[in-house]
Design a protein around this ligand. Structure first.
Ligand code: HSE
Length: 298
């Protein structure tokens, strides 16, 4: 069997709506083998579709078809550590696992850039799928059906403190609350900050982050969908966050912090959540993943 390890991803980083994304050190594992029948099982308690609607299978079959082959069946074993519908790229992780696994089973006919293009087409936007494939901090744009992207490493000074709520928020719902049009002022506000974000995460000039995360395109409209939004933002800044933002479409909230402060931040963040009666939230401190999805033959 081959095993595909795919990182969680955090899109937008506040100001870079539909344009920026980062790969993180949290992973889903998928084992895959060609078979005459469809057999899908899970290594954990997470409920997954075990029929043809399973996203990994659907995507693998799509890649086979793109390459002129028919996929008769598939053995899939999933271990899902990335929580679903939380803004951490769980559906992108399935898409990337299906594409990378199927491509390898066919002897790798598609290049990394073909896979990046196909993944973005399936997901509908490139800001989770591209960093899931290439790792690092990724700026991307789609033009003529093709993804133009660059991945850069993130400064070692920065860690990502991840506050994951116990409730789901579907991307469609979080996109439905956004306005159809924005003013030039708001567009420029985000453009300048997202450019600053890219350069800042790469260079480690962390004093810029507080401004670079600011956003007028999506977070103000989505905040009402996230219970305890204001409290979690406040707690993170009280504990020294360099910049706090809604991960992807939410509801996860991420505080970028100094690596040297990680232990204290963890201790006090968990205590503050408890003290404020914010229950059931999962809290993790992650690093940026620099290499993206990996295939291991077992
Ligand atoms: N950029 C997307 C959004 C990410 O914010 O809607 C969703 O996965």
């Amino acid at each position: 069997m081959i095993r595909i390890q795919v990182p969680a991803t955090s899109a937008n980083l506040g100001s870079g709506f539909d344009a920026l994304g980062i790969a993180l050190t949290m992973y889903n594992q998928v084992w895959m083998e060609e078979s005459d029948t469809l057999e899908i099982t899970s290594k954990d308690e997470v409920k997954i579709p075990t029929d043809e609607s399973n996203l990994i299978f659907w995507v693998a079959r799509r890649l086979y078809e793109e390459c002129g082959h028919k996929l008769p069946g598939l053995k899939i074993l999933q271990k899902n550590n990335i929580p679903m519908a939380r803004g951490l790229g769980s559906s992108s992780a399935c898409i990337v696992a299906g594409l990378l696994g199927a491509n390898r089973m066919l002897g790798s006919p598609l290049s990394q850039s073909d896979l990046i293009n196909l993944a973005a087409e399936i997901e509908g936007h490139p800001d989770n799928t591209t960093p899931a494939i290439s790792g690092g901090l990724v700026a991307s744009a789609i033009e003529g059906g093709r993804v133009y992207s660059v991945s850069v490493p993130v400064s070692e000074k920065i860690r990502f403190a991840v506050f994951i709520p116990p409730f789901e928020l579907k991307t469609e719902k979080a996109r439905a609350v956004l306005p159809k049009e924005y003013s030039r002022e708001d567009a420029v506000y985000n453009l300048s900050r997202s450019a600053l974000m890219t350069a800042t995460l790469f260079s480690g000039k962390t004093e810029n982050l507080r401004v670079a995360v600011q956003d007028r395109l999506h977070q103000p409209y989505r905040s009402g969908l996230i219970n305890h939004y204001d409290q979690v933002f406040r707690i993170s800044y009280e504990l020294g966050s360099l910049g706090t933002y809604v991960s992807g479409a939410g509801p996860t909230i991420i505080a970028m912090i100094n690596a040297a402060d990680a232990d204290d931040f963890r201790k006090y963040a968990v205590a503050h959540l408890k003290e404020k009666g914010i229950e059931g939230w999962r809290f993790e401190i992650l690093n940026a993943n620099s290499h993206g999805a990996e295939i291991v033959i077992e």
